[in-house]
Each structure stands twice: as structure tokens, then as C-alpha cells.
Design a protein around this ligand. Sequence first.
Ligand code: DAH
Length: 343
Amino acid sequence: MYQDKIEEIKAAIAAADANTAEELEAYRMEFISKKSVVGQLFGMMGQIPNEEKRAFGQLVNGVKNLADEKFQALIEKVNSSTSKSKSREIDLTLPPSNQQLGSIHPLTATRQRIIEIFERIGFNLSEGPEIEDDWHNFTALNFPENHPAREMQDTFFIEKNPDIALRTHTSSVQVRVMENQKPPIRTLSPGRVYRNEAISARAHCIFHQVEGLYVDENVGFADLKNTLYHFAKEMFGKGTKVRFRPSYFPFTEPSAEIDITCLICGGKGCNVCKGTGWVEIGGSGMVDPNVLENCGIDSKKYTGFAFGMGIERITMLKYQIKDLRLFTENDARFLKQFSPLMT
Ligand code: DAH
């Protein structure tokens, strides 16, 4: 009878297969281990009549060898298929996968660079709300009651009486900082600002500014000039010149507009600088004593300078971008030119 059983086991061994380590182990348990069907055959020796023991032993050994050989073959098969798939994972000859690196928005890159330059000379960062009251955006900054910037064509009002509006400049953050801190104050306030302007290549109703403020004893106009001169050289390159043009802002006295040498033509004169060789990047001046007093700072003891620059403007000059609208259109062909390493 055991002959049938042995034939059955032989057929099962022949049919067995394994593709994974788990299946290999299952095979070992079924045909190789002590408790396997082959192991059990050896246990039957006691029930076999003496004269048949020799023939039975030979048959069982034959099955065992068959099981062992098959086991070796399966081990090789599993090993070679897993090592093949492993080496496929790290095939260095394959072309690189086409994974795209994200890019940093040019305005973000410029903002980061500006912050970096001023942080190194001791300015900290401050922020204020984009929805402002009249006091912080206008009144504390010494805007006369009837100043045109308060009128509807410039400002997006949210509520009238009391006036709540989208801030028209980051100078509002100056007021908030001075109200809450004592000099010495050295702070930089980047942020988004809003003006009711028609969108064109040169103007937008939403744009970004960075405001700087330095208040301490004995701060003078020379400090303002040196600071902005340092900034221009760091931002645009060593050869950049800075020019201060007398101007008017309600919150500074004296006030000056900041020009730098035109980067497009190197100061020779082109259509970007309208032939002058200079381009404007912002406004500046000595903080008006009225503004210091409005914010609770003793204007007899302290003086300060302030400046405000357009981040879009600086970015356009630095990367020679001709149309402001590109910054907000999210055209991937434009944006992907700015690699994360570009700042
Ligand atoms: N707030 C002005 C603007 O938006 C820019 C400016 C001018 C800021 C002079 C200043 C400054 O801090 O001192 O046009």
C-alpha cells in the first residue's frame, strides 16, 4: 500500500513550485522537515515487515533525494529572481527619471534676499495686518486730512467712518512697531499692499513692498545713505551706484526717492530708464518728528530713518522682467526659469 502513498508524494514534489522565500519555507515544511510527509515515511519503518524493509528503505531514500534536489532547485530559482529584481532597482545604466524640481517664485526669492541682506546688519523682521485702520495707514503717518492718497481712487476701503481699508503701503507696520517697542529699533517689514489702480505692465492693484525703519539716538541721513548704498551693492552688484532725489512724503522730513544705476544699460541710458541711466526703487527719509510723537517716542531724544521699496520693482530690475503681470499669472513657463538655487 505504501507504494501508492510514495507515488503520490513523488507527484506532489514534481508539481511543487516556489517563487518567494515564504513559498520556499512552505515547501520545506511540507517535504523536508521532520514532520513533513517524507519525514513521516521514515517513521513508518517500524510497521513494515522485515523482508520488505530494505526495498521500502530504498524507496523512501529515493523520495527524500527527490525532495532535496527539488528544494535546491527551488532555492536557486527564488534567489535568482529576487536578486534580479534587486539589481533592476539600482540599475545605474537607466536614464534618470524625469522628476521636476519645484522652483521658487521670483518675488519670494527677492524678498528672501532682501531680508538676508538687512538681517546681517542687525534688522529684525516685523509684520502687520493687510486690513488696516485709518490711524496706522494714514493719520499716525502724518497724512493731512485732505491728502489725495486717502481718496477712493487710491485706497480700497472696506468700511467708512471709522475708516478700515486694505493697507496702501507697509509704512503702517512702522507705526505698529514704534507703538509697541522702545528704541533702538531696527526693523524690516515685507508685505503685500493694495492700491486701486488699473492693471498694466507697469502697475498692479496688489503688489509687495518692504519697509525699513531705524530709530535710535543720533541716527542721521548719512546712516540712511550708507545703509541703502550697502543694500544696493549686495542686491545688484558691486558697481551699482545710488542716487537720492529730493521728494515729499508726509511721514519723512527730509524725504528722498532712491534711484540706482539702470541695470539694463549699465547707466548709459535706455528705454527702461528713459535715457536717464537711473531707475527708482523706492522712497526714504528721516522719520518726521510728528510720526515719532504719534507713536509715543520722544522726538527730542530720538531720530530715525525709514525707507520703502517695491519688491516687484527690484525683481524686475534684477531679472530683467518687462511685465508686472507675469508675477501673478502663474504661467509655468515663466516660473520654472527660477531655480531654487538662483537667489
Ligand atoms: N510708503 C511709501 C510708498 O508707498 C514709500 C516710502 C517712502 C516708505 C518713504 C518710507 C519712506 O518708509 O520713508 O510710496
